[in-house]
Design a protein around this ligand. Structure first.
Ligand SMILES: [Cu+2]
Length: 348
């Protein structure tokens, strides 16, 4: 099973994608609501020689066309990512493995913030993603992401910093209901990115910095959930409607609570509420990304993937409490990165 990851962007690999079927009663998800099914979808195997011998596929995106889907004609309501070994145990920095990123594209739907004039835009709608911090995505009750019958494309970047070859899988444990389920409201993913439609990277200088990216909304509705992604040294991402002045979501980075992460970024807090914020077509959304690293962070990222319920009924409901919108720092956040954000591990 010695397989080197391809080095060419856009190269399709023959990695096998498996769906582990129907674990509807395994606890976590089954409690959600009647009819909720839980499917773990597994991508790989990725067999990675040590870094420097092919396992260090830096700046490489492995593209898997026709990647496994957790369900078809369905609404995804929750998705829990992980990177694991053959036996299912987590693969993380304490054993040398790091998930740079995994992204899933729905090829049947154009992306809302990235047009088809770019490589990533042509792949379709970015609807699920994960960095090494492995944030669980979820929508408030009554909302879901609709996945139809179009193929899904996966993009993966995984690194092996250990000195031996390792085989790992990327997994998403997905809660879903059939599309025929009455009353589920379909959400539109909004991908907000300091370097959108490109490689998402920028260089963050040492010390406290704020990077901004703005987007003029092409859609109207209520933002109901979402979270951010930064690299080690990142503090938070903040989404604001500049036109109305409304704070929508702050996603906070956490360090130093989980030994498996070796002091690198281990969590990003997640916002979820029936109305985190209101967006009108033509409004300007501002993505702010804060870093505070002891050394410069090359290839830094600042991304938020939000879920929007498109509607013209913008009257809204109960305002989001501070702990739902990240207006206050949660207990999971804060702490100090072990190496100031400039280490090789910390690159992503
Ligand atoms: Cu990243």
């Amino acid at each position: 099973m010695m397989k080197r990851l391809g080095s060419a962007l856009g190269m399709g690999l023959a990695a096998v994608a498996l769906v582990l079927p129907g674990l509807g009663l395994d606890g976590v998800g089954a409690a959600d609501a009647p009819g909720v099914q839980v499917t773990t979808v597994r991508y790989g195997p990725f067999t990675l020689p040590p870094a420097g011998k092919g396992g260090d596929v830096d700046h490489t995106n492995v593209v898997l066309p026709d990647a496994a889907k957790p369900c078809e004609d369905c609404f995804i309501t929750r998705a829990e990512p992980d990177l694991v070994y053959d036996d299912g145990t987590p693969a993380n920095l304490d054993t040398g493995l790091m998930l740079h990123h995994a992204l899933l594209f729905n090829t049947g739907v154009p992306d809302t913030t990235c047009g088809a004039d770019s490589f990533f835009g042509r792949l379709g709608e970015r609807f699920l993603a994960s960095g090494n911090e492995r944030t669980v995505k979820r929508y408030p009750d009554g909302y879901g992401y609709h996945l139809g019958r179009d193929p899904v494309t996966g993009v993966f970047h995984i690194m092996n910093h250990s000195d031996v070859t390792k085989t790992v899988w990327f997994t998403f444990k997905v809660n879903w209901v059939p599309a025929s389920t009455p009353g589920v409201r379909a959400v539109t993913p909004l991908w907000l990115d300091e370097n959108n439609c490109r490689d998402s990277e920028y260089n963050a200088p040492a010390g406290p910095t704020s990077q901004h990216w703005t987007w003029t909304s092409t859609v109207s509705g209520r933002i109901i959930s979402g979270g951010g992604h930064v690299h080690t040294g990142g503090v938070r991402t903040v989404l604001t409607n500049l036109t109305t002045g409304q704070h929508i979501c702050t996603s906070w980075a956490g360090y130093g609570h989980k030994p498996a992460y070796g002091g690198e970024i281990e969590s990003m807090s997640y916002c979820a509420w029936d109305t985190l914020g209101v967006v009108h077509k033509g409004d300007t959304l501002d993505l702010q990304t804060d870093y505070n690293a002891a050394e410069p962070v090359p290839g830094a990222m600042g991304i938020m993937l939000m879920a929007l319920y498109q509607t013209d009924d913008l009257t809204g409901s109960t305002p989001a409490p501070p702990d739902a919108s990240g207006a206050v720092m949660p207990p999971s956040a804060g702490g100090s990165p072990s190496r100031g954000g400039a280490s090789h591990h910390g690159h992503h």
